[in-house]
Design a binder for this molecule. Structure first.
Ligand code: PLP
Length: 415
């Protein structure tokens, strides 16, 4: 059986044998090296709350031009202005020298650093420049949740910034349908205001939460093996070959960037169901997932090594270790981005052959309305990446056989 290109992690982890409501919170505090953790209805809401209180209105915030569009909306919602920087080829995160230059010249009062696709970057230079210039550094760890023991390098995303934000969305390592956390240190001038304001927030079951819960149930049903192989994928295949744009856009909200207005009363805490679901998530299950993903990635890289070495396909950050290609220590392997110049032809071929695979859907926001009116520094790398990127599926329940089959097909396309 073929498996879909992405799948959510279980809401109820079998390993969570005892109820440990504080386990995830203390894990995130430890990884981010902070002492305060606050819960929210979503990561983006956590960011909205933080930006509303930690900065004077009208501040300028540097951010990646290659990120989730709603993360730019929350900058605007909080009364600030985004300033886009390009991304780096090795990890697709925002360009650190460009960020340092903006901070050094005091053009921005805060930086949101997005760790994307599971990659991690050393932000020590950026963090010390921010400290010197009194500039806030917020690390978006939605796609890059790390445990220190996954490699020997003693830093993880979230540990450099003034604040770190984490998502517990439906497709994240910690799954509570949706949800998020904000961590920071209590000795900042804004800390007390944020903590006090957080105490007054509601824990309600919003329309958005109900919508996401219904979507989650439907998603689980349509991605079961039988439904996916015999109903959903055949429909998707036809829609791809006939170019049914509305169908190809399904469930990929990044294809429709738009401004979403939010008021202060849209800032909510986790509701009771989200808090209940958190109890069934555990850091052990994150470790187990990581080991499975590492094995899948090793299969991809050994099968595709000739194409990688001959630069026919490019995997950002890939390097040789003990004679084999790996992303160990570079990525937590949330997804494996692959850059190819003939993306459309490759996707046509793979989908025709029965694989559910797609172009990555994040846009270059500095070129995309309504965000193209804001300040930016050149976006050469992002422009190139958005035309070439495909995500190789690498979630824990994707089977090794699926990885072998997909790699074989990719090879047969090029040979
Ligand atoms: C990089 C990144 N930042 C922010 C978010 C937003 O997280 P949430 O859906 O919890 O608001 C996401 C969600 O997928 C993400 O991938």
């Amino acid at each position: 059986m073929r498996r879909p290109r992405f799948q959510s992690r279980p809401l109820f982890r079998s390993y969570a044998k005892s109820l440990k409501p504080l386990e995830i919170k203390s894990f995130l505090l430890k990884m981010s090296r902070k002492d305060i953790i606050l819960d929210y209805s979503q990561l983006r809401i956590a960011c909205f709350h933080f930006l509303s209180h930690a900065l004077p209105t009208g501040s300028t915030i540097a951010t990646s031009c290659y990120t989730i569009f709603d993360m730019v909306n929350v900058i605007i919602n909080a009364g600030h202005k985004p300033f886009f920087v390009d991304i780096e080829k090795e990890n697709l995160g925002p360009n650190i020298p460009q960020l340092i230059e903006l901070v050094r010249t005091e053009k921005v009062q805060a930086v949101i650093y997005t760790h994307l696709h599971g990659y991690k970057a050393d932000l020590s230079c950026l963090a010390s420049c921010c400290k010197e210039k009194n500039c806030l550094l917020i690390e978006d760890c939605a796609q890059s949740l790390w445990n220190k023991n996954w490699d020997k390098i003693d830093y993880v995303p979230g540990s450099f910034g003034t604040a770190a934000i984490y998502s517990t969305g439906f497709f994240k390592g910690i799954n509570t349908i949706c949800g998020g956390f904000l961590t920071f240190n209590k000795d900042f001038h804004f800390s007390e205001t944020i903590i006090n304001s957080h105490r007054t927030l509601k824990r309600k079951f919003s329309y958005d939460f109900i919508y996401r819960s219904v979507y989650a149930i439907l998603f689980k049903i349509v991605t079961t093996d039988l439904f996916f192989n015999f109903i959903l994928f055949p429909v998707l295949k036809i829609s791809w070959s006939r170019n049914f744009v509305w169908m190809n856009k399904r469930a990929r909200e990044e294809n429709n960037p738009r401004y979403i207005h939010r008021e202060k009363n849209d800032i909510l805490r986790m509701n009771l169901l989200q808090k209940f679901l958190l109890v069934f998530q555990s850091k052990n299950s994150l470790d187990q997932d990581y080991l499975v993903k590492l094995n899948l990635s090793n299969i991809y890289f050994s099968e595709l090594k000739d194409l990688i070495k001959n630069k026919i396909i490019n995997i950002p950050g890939i390097h040789e270790k003990d004679g084999r290609l790996t992303l160990e220590g570079i990525s937590s392997l949330n997804q494996i981005p692959m850059l190819v110049s003939n993306r459309k032809e490759l996707l046509d071929y793979l989908i025709f052959e029965g694989f559910d695979i797609a172009a990555q859907h994040i846009r270059n926001l500095s070129q995309t309305p309504p965000y193209n009116k804001y300040q930016k520094i050149n976006d050469i790398v992002a422009e190139d990446v958005v035309k070439k990127i495909i995500l190789l599926p690498c979630y824990p329940s994707f089977s090794a056989k699926n990885v072998y089959d997909l790699s074989k097909k990719i090879k047969s396309f090029y040979i």
